[in-house]
Design a protein around this ligand. Structure first.
Ligand code: PEP
Ligand code: MG
Length: 757
């Protein structure tokens, strides 16, 4: 083992002694540069700090002329100090004046000094200044000296952050100015809307408070335990993913490989030897990685910075015991959550009142997280590449989940524009509210049943606001996903009763638990499945664990005392499954009768149609079911063998194509022929152009998110159903991949309203 690192350790101890001593902030800073100069055996040590407008100002020096302090200023990119800040990387030169970027500043008296070593002062991934040492002699600085100065600069960065060294108000006029220039990122709209708010990282970056540690062995042990935990976490995350996890899975596998990298571990251990705590050592090594990779010509390597940041942050969170997501912190008002990925249950952990929007690096429109967000009326932008690399917690963010842009650190003009857009949107929503009493009837007089999808208590007020005809799909699993234990009978019964009370005379269709797949629940073991979306989920679990279904049916029947109870089963693939599940319901009804208990006046039992195989068993199914609800989200993911939650595939197939529309037409006709009511409750029905096509193939009942009721009703009221049905029938045998352009043109030519949500 080398004894080189003992010098930085000694230096760090001395820095802390200075900080613990007396004096003003400036006096301490002056002492610090003296200590650093002596320790680094340099004639000069100077600290330049970033002021607003990207100006680097000399704040303290040992060796340069005193009158230069607070007078010498350089722009980022100007001179050698500016270059170090611009590149966020160290620079060592034995003859500084020979460097093409050298900018001579006579007021400093620096002409005496030949060699220069400078490192950036980085905090939370941003450059806050530059630390420089200079020597009279032409000398070559050793790598160990560069590392020692980097360690010192990291300590300085933390001291600056704590406000003990310089008044924060001295440095910046406002935080956004110091953090960087405005950036606009593009993404895909997963839930429409606009948000103006403050960035919150779903997995918060931890501020390291314990930088130094004397007991090297203890820190090494902590590191080793932390790395073990990190590896286990990645293994568990990969196991828990469905194989269609696509890009996200690949990323996790790369992370796992990195967590096993011996070179990385060794470099962190070296940093521990220099006197840093394990978490500070991880941060130090990451700073080095960042500056090395950011110089690379290879764009692939530059993009890896963000991945390495992510891995390092995870390890730091493990080491500091701060592993909870931001859902458990107090959110700022109008928080805009930024995450690589987010599940529906994780989203529901957040306080809705403080959440204004979500930015995701992955995500797909029909994934459940998006559905939950739409139900919450929460704007979400997905597939925003590099979001986490660009945004810091606390920065101002604007989310335009209409046009598909995220504005980070926007200028005042952009803010003003969006504030106006937000006001316009509010006015538009108010217009929809004003139209709530208009009937959902087509221009040629055909009434359409326009129902609402729901699943959370916060959805219920929307029923009254939108005047929906009822709830066509109540996703009961959402209640199960938020708690850590199985909801008790009384809790379930009370929720269902509240829903029925709110709905009054309007029908409510409760869907029994649709868990598994991308809707894990904490109280059931999660089995490793190659393909969980096609695995043990929904009615398959219900039939294998009938007690779970029985429990829920009892709660539904109790809640429905004296009224009509409508329930349906998810993911039915086979008529026999439907029959078996219905038998459980019938038995519960008979049990109530036998005991002379109060009962619902009627129980209607239906089936979701979301597995293509069931479409070819319709004659048998229609004899046994009271109604059908077409779940286009799952039906079409299986129809096209195309994972609904994989953002990469989201645009691959267009559901507005002859194959899908003909398929749906046949299903609707079969139901109509025997008089079994059929509803479309998937997301397709909530988009005006798609809903137009659904009407054209015979659909007369739609159940959509609350936000879609107003726009869809406008579309319905503007359409001549006879005409559009004839038009669609004429397109039935085209081989077009997408009918979107012709349908859009039809809508335009026939004055069909296609409002944005
Ligand atoms: C569907 O699959 O279309 C559906 C409505 O169910 P979910 O989105 O909850 O899977
Ligand atoms: Mg489904």
């Amino acid at each position: 083992m080398t004894d080189l690192p003992s010098r930085p350790r000694l230096l760090l101890r001395q820095l802390h002694q200075v900080m613990a001593g007396q004096g003003s902030a400036q006096e301490r800073l002056d002492k610090l540069v003296g200590v650093i100069a002596r320790n680094m055996v340099a004639e000069v040590c100077s600290v330049y700090l970033t002021r607003a407008g990207n100006i680097l100002e000399l704040f303290a020096t040992e060796g340069l002329k005193a009158e230069a302090v607070h007078n010498t200023r350089l722009r980022v990119g100007e001179g050698l100090v500016g270059l170090i800040a611009q590149q966020a990387a160290p620079l060592k030169l034995s003859e500084a004046s020979e460097h093409p970027r050298f900018a001579y500043r006579p007021e400093t008296g620096e002409e005496l000094y030949h060699s220069l070593l400078g490192v950036p002062i980085i905090r939370s991934g941003r450059v806050h200044g530059v630390l420089v040492v200079q020597n009279i002699a032409r000398r070559r600085y050793a790598d160990e000296e560069v590392e020692a100065l980097q360690t010192v600069s990291m300590v300085l960065a933390e001291l600056l952050g704590s406000g003990d060294l310089v008044e924060p108000s001295e440095l910046q006029d406002d935080a956004a100015a110091a953090l960087g220039a405005p950036v606009t990122l593009d993404g895909r709209v997963l839930s429409a809307g606009i948000a103006i708010g403050t960035a919150v990282l779903h997995e918060p970056r931890v501020q390291i408070t314990r930088l130094l540690a004397d007991d090297v062995e203890a820190e090494r042990d902590r590191l080793s335990a932390g790395l073990d935990q990190l590896k286990q976490d990645f293994d568990a995350m990969i196991r828990a993913m469905d194989p269609g996890g696509g890009a996200h899975r690949e990323i996790l596998e790369t992370y796992r490989m990195f967590a096993h990298d011996k070179g990385w571990q060794r470099r962190i251990e070296d940093a521990i030897l220099s006197g840093l705590s394990a978490e500070a050592a991880v941060e130090r090594v990451q700073q080095q990685n960042r500056s090395r990779l950011s110089q690379s010509e290879d764009p692939y390597l530059r993009q890896r910075i963000q991945d390495l940041d992510d891995i390092s942050h995870r390890l730091i969170r493990i080491l500091t015991g701060r592993q909870r997501t931001a859902a458990y912190d107090l959110l700022p008002e109008a928080a805009v959550l930024v995450a690589r990925t987010l599940g529906p249950a994780e989203l529901m952990d957040y306080d809705r009142d403080r959440l204004a929007g979500v930015i995701l690096e992955d995500g797909a429109p029909t994934a459940h997280m998006s559905i939950v967000a739409r139900a919450m009326g929460l704007p979400v932008l997905g597939n925003v590449e590099g979001a986490l690399g660009h945004v810091e917690a606390g920065e101002r963010v604007i989310l335009d989940a209409g046009e598909g842009h995220a504005y980070l650190r926007p200028s005042d003009e952009v803010r003003e524009t969006f504030q106006q857009a937000l006001d316009t949107r509010r006015r538009r929503l108010a217009e929809y509210t004003a139209e709530r009493d208009l009937p959902a009837v087509t221009r040629d007089g055909v009434p359409i049943d326009l129902l609402m999808n729901a699943g959370l208590l916060i959805d219920l007020p929307h029923l009254e606001e939108t005047n929906a005809a009822g709830i066509g799909l109540f996703r009961t699993e959402f209640q199960f996903m938020v708690g850590s234990t199985l909801p008790r009978h009384t809790a379930q019964r009370d929720l269902y009763a509240k829903v029925l009370d709110t709905a009054g005379d309007r029908p409510v269709v409760f869907r029994t638990l649709d868990i598994g797949g991308d809707k894990p629940v904490p109280f059931l073991p999660r089995f490793e499945e190659e393909n969980p979306v096609m695995g043990w989920r929904a009615i398959r679990i219900a039939l294998d664990r009938p007690a779970l279904l029985r429990h829920q049916v009892r709660a539904l029947l109790a809640a429905g005392e004296g009224r009509v109870v409508r329930l349906m089963f998810p993911m039915v693939s086979d008529v026999a499954e439907f029959r078996a599940a219905r038998a459980i319901v019938d038995k519960e009804v008979r049990r109530l009768e036998a005991r002379g208990r109060p009962q619902p006046v009627r129980v209607e039992v239906g089936s979701m149609l979301e597995v293509p195989a069931l479409a070819w068993q319709l004659p048998a199914l229609l004899r046994e079911t009271d109604f059908i609800s077409i779940g286009t989200n799952d039906l079409l993911q299986f129809f096209y063998a195309c994972d609904r939650s994989n953002g990469r595939l989201a645009d691959r197939y267009d559901l507005l194509c002859p194959a899908v529309l003909n398929f749906l037409r046949e299903i609707v006709h079969a139901c109509d022929a025997v008089g079994v009511p059929v509803t479309v409750c998937g997301e397709m029905g909530g988009r005006p152009l798609e809903a137009l096509a659904l009407l054209g193939v015979g659909v007369r009942r739609l159940s959509v998110s609350a936000a879609a009721i107003g726009p869809i009703k406008r579309m319905i009221r503007s359409v001549d159903l006879g005409q559009v049905s004839t038009f669609l029938a004429s397109l039935g045998d085209t081989s077009d991949h997408s009918l979107r352009p012709v349908l859009r043109a039809y809508a335009h030519d026939h004055d069909v309203a296609l409002p944005t949500l």
